[in-house]
Design a protein around this ligand. Sequence first.
Ligand SMILES: [Zn+2]
Length: 78
Amino acid sequence: MINCEQLTGVVTDYMEGRLGLRLRFEMVMHMAMCPPCRAYVQQMRLTARLAAAAPVEPADAAVAAKVEQALRPGGGDG
Ligand SMILES: [Zn+2]
């Protein structure tokens, strides 16, 4: 079984699907037993996703506000 240090060393390969089946399995097993490593991998995934995303356009804030307003219960056509 891999330890925390080994997990952090291969997390990038894990996210990119470059790990072998055995090491993948060991990572999953380790994360199942080790909440800190689970949180770490989740954080790494989130960071990678944000880094890959296109820059947020200013218009998004206005759209988000509209959506929030539309979703608010009891607003508008009362
Ligand atoms: Zn760990």
